[in-house]
Design a protein around this ligand. Structure first.
Ligand SMILES: [Fe+2]
Ligand SMILES: [Fe+2]
Length: 172
């Protein structure tokens, strides 16, 4: 028979060690700054926007795939865009961590709609919002390397806008 009391003791000791480790971490790690510079609020907003796009486009790709006759490669195209948005989120998270600012894991509210056409319209609106946000970020005094990354992300959003505009024509 298994010895429940010794297993229980082992678990309690493990939990106590974990907790003491957490306390130790808190003591040794410097406090993270949240939005040490207001310009990082915009990077954080963009990060939330990227996470929201992943959820929204994932929903739209799946719903459209379920409507077999309307799918026509739309789902595959949206999945390609989702891959880009995940990469954008990784880049923004890296920028924030390298500047010692805690990156968000919040998600900008994703939206769905009744028909593929209405869904793609919402996706185009999301891309317009992203382009405006990155234009705003580029007007701030970030270092050159960050600006190069943000510029590349913005060009990617412009391509997405173009792709969704073409997909919209397929859903009419
Ligand atoms: Fe993006
Ligand atoms: Fe995008």
């Amino acid at each position: 028979m298994p010895d429940h009391s010794s297993r229980r003791s082992f678990l309690m000791i493990s939990a106590a060690l974990l907790l003491s480790g957490c306390k130790e971490n808190k003591k040794t790690k410097p406090d993270k700054q949240i939005f040490s510079d207001p310009k990082f609020e915009l990077i954080d907003l963009a990060l939330q926007h990227e996470f929201g796009a992943v959820v929204q486009y994932g929903n739209h790709a799946g719903v459209i795939a379920s409507l077999k006759q309307e799918s026509n490669g739309i789902t595959t195209a949206i999945e390609e865009i989702i891959t880009d948005e995940v990469h954008h989120a990784v880049l923004l998270t890296q920028i924030m961590k390298e500047n010692d600012v805690e990156p968000s894991i919040a998600v900008w509210p994703p939206q769905t709609a009744e028909t593929p056409n209405l869904m793609i319209q919402k996706d185009i609106a999301a891309e317009v919002g992203a382009i405006k946000l990155y234009q705003q970020i580029l007007s701030l005094d970030f270092d050159t390397q960050t600006k190069i990354i943000i510029e590349k992300i913005m060009q990617s959003e412009k391509l997405h806008h173009h792709m969704f505009s073409n997909l919209l024509l397929e859903t009419v």
